[in-house]
Design a binder for this molecule. Structure first.
Ligand code: PMP
Length: 286
């Protein structure tokens, strides 16, 4: 059964799916994207992801590639055609194909690509049992990381550096020593007093959808959240640390730059949040 991709109005065998060489996504990273988790046959938090897509498009003055209301149907259709029960669905919109010129092209349609991929939930559960390691890297991204742009080169380099160090994520750290977020995730700690701490999302980080839903989960579990910056030193000395993203949910961090977090084992609050997440997140049948 071949994988199927949606490319500008057509369903194409994934291996043959392609966009034009002058697509502005390819030439300028002039595009935005979203990744939604698919869990037990449901697309998780799709309305929130599509609302953020809308915001990203608006911030960059990229036109909708299709009418807004059609997108949920297209995401569901790609998930269905690929028989994804657990995995992810990826949607990317670029400013479209035009002769190479920095300024916006006139009369060009935005490009839309949607793909879906299966993932093994057992592998993620196993990873959560052991936790992940992170390294820290100096922040070197532009200041509009609130836009979910496909321009991800600093993230690519940071995550490659993490991999080479035997870690699974890299945390960008500000000049003042505070943790911003991961290369593809938000960063959290749990203080010695059991308070969840994560950086405010007004500026300097992507407002993660999983982060937003974890606020709902924490409220349901009666946990206290403080939105404030925290330093690398505070994270190393914390009771727990974890990352959040659509594909990792809440994933324990057990080591930062080679130093263990607490006793070096996944924290119980992180695992409770992870466990409760699916029940509380919005689930659209795929
Ligand atoms: N920050 C960055 C830089 C990311 O790439 C991601 C993942 N897309 C996140 C945070 C987490 O966002 P979400 O929970 O919406 O996946």
């Amino acid at each position: 059964m071949p994988r199927i991709a949606y490319v500008n109005g057509r369903y194409i065998v994934h291996a043959q799916a392609a966009v034009h060489i002058e697509d502005r996504g390819y030439q300028f990273a002039d595009g935005v994207y979203e990744v939604c988790e698919v869990a037990r046959g449901h697309i998780v938090d799709m309305p929130r992801h599509l609302a953020r897509l809308k915001r990203s498009l608006k911030e960059l003055s990229i036109a909708w590639p299709v009418s807004e209301g059609v997108l949920p149907m297209l995401l569901r259709e790609v998930v269905r055609r690929n028989h994804v029960v657990n995995g992810l669905v990826y949607v990317q919109v670029t400013r479209g194909v035009a002769s190479r010129d920095f300024v916006f092209p006139a009369n060009t349609n935005s490009s839309l690509v949607i793909t879906a991929r299966k993932a093994d939930p057992a592998a993620a559960a196993k990873r959560a049992e052991t936790g992940i390691k992170v390294i820290t890297v100096p922040e070197n991204r532009w200041d509009r990381v609130d836009i979910k742009s496909t321009g991800l080169l600093p993230n690519v380099l940071a995550k490659q550096k993490a991999k080479e160090a035997g870690a699974q994520e890299a945390w960008f750290v500000d000049a003042d020593g505070t943790v911003k977020e991961g290369g593809s995730s938000n960063a959290w700690i749990v203080t010695r007093d059991g308070v969840l701490v994560t950086r405010p999302a007004e500026h300097g980080i992507l407002r993660g959808i999983t982060r937003t839903t974890l606020f709902d989960v924490a409220a349901k579990l009666g946990l206290k959240i403080e939105e404030r910056g925290f330093s690398v030193a505070e994270a190393k000395a914390a009771r727990e640390a974890f990352i959040s993203s659509a594909t990792t949910i809440a994933m324990p961090v057990v080591e930062i730059d080679g130093a263990p977090v607490a006793n070096g084992h996944p924290g119980s609050m992180t695992l409770s949040l992870r466990q409760a997440f699916f029940d509380i997140a919005e689930k659209s049948p795929a």
